[in-house]
Design a protein around this ligand. Structure first.
Ligand SMILES: [Zn+2]
Length: 150
C-alpha cells in the first residue's frame, strides 16, 4: 500500500471587507486512502459515484467538543472537516469508519439512522454516534452492504 504523507498548508481567506471567514489547515491528502477505498467498495456494491465524486475537499479543523467529523455541502462543493483533536487518536479502521460515514452524507446523501441490530450493534455506520473498531469489524461486510445498498 502506498504511504501518503499529509502536507498541511495554512490557508486564510479574507472577505472583501477584510474579515477572516475561514482559517484552517488544509490537507489535500489526509484520508485520501479512505476516499479511494470508499470508491472501490462503492463500485463493488454496484454504486456509480461519477456524478458526485468531484469537488471534494477534506481537511482537518476544529469542531465542537465530541464532534469527530462533518460533511458540509454547498453548491457544487463537498467539504469534509475531520476533528484535528480526534483524527490522530483513532485507529485506522475507525478513521475509515469516520470518513466513510461523512462520505455517506456527502456522496450518498444518507442521513443518520440509529436503529440497532439484534445484538444491539448499530444498524449502520450512518449511526449518529461513532462506534468502536471491534463492532465495525464484527459486522464489516454487513455494514458495507448496508452503506452502499441504500
Ligand atoms: Zn453524520
Amino acid at each position: 500500500m502506498k504511504l501518503s504523507i499529509a502536507f498541511l498548508f495554512p490557508v486564510l481567506i479574507l472577505t472583501a471587507c477584510g474579515q477572516p471567514v475561514y482559517q484552517a489547515k488544509y490537507s489535500i491528502t489526509v484520508a485520501s486512502e479512505y476516499v479511494e477505498s470508499f470508491k472501490v467498495e462503492a463500485i463493488a456494491n454496484g454504486r456509480n459515484l461519477a456524478s458526485v465524486e468531484h469537488n471534494l475537499i477534506i481537511k482537518l479543523g476544529h469542531l465542537p467538543p465530541g464532534e469527530l467529523g462533518v460533511c458540509k455541502q454547498t453548491a457544487g462543493q463537498n467539504m469534509i472537516v475531520l476533528s484535528v483533536d480526534w483524527w490522530s487518536l483513532l485507529p485506522a479502521l475507525e478513521q475509515q469508519e469516520l470518513v466513510w460515514h461523512e462520505l455517506g452524507h456527502c456522496w450518498l446523501n444518507r442521513g443518520h439512522t440509529n436503529a440497532r441490530l439484534a445484538d444491539d450493534s448499530p444498524i449502520s455506520i450512518m449511526n449518529t454516534y461513532h462506534f468502536d473498531a471491534q463492532t465495525y469489524w464484527a459486522h464489516y461486510d454487513y455494514y458495507n452492504a448496508e452503506l452502499f445498498g441504500n
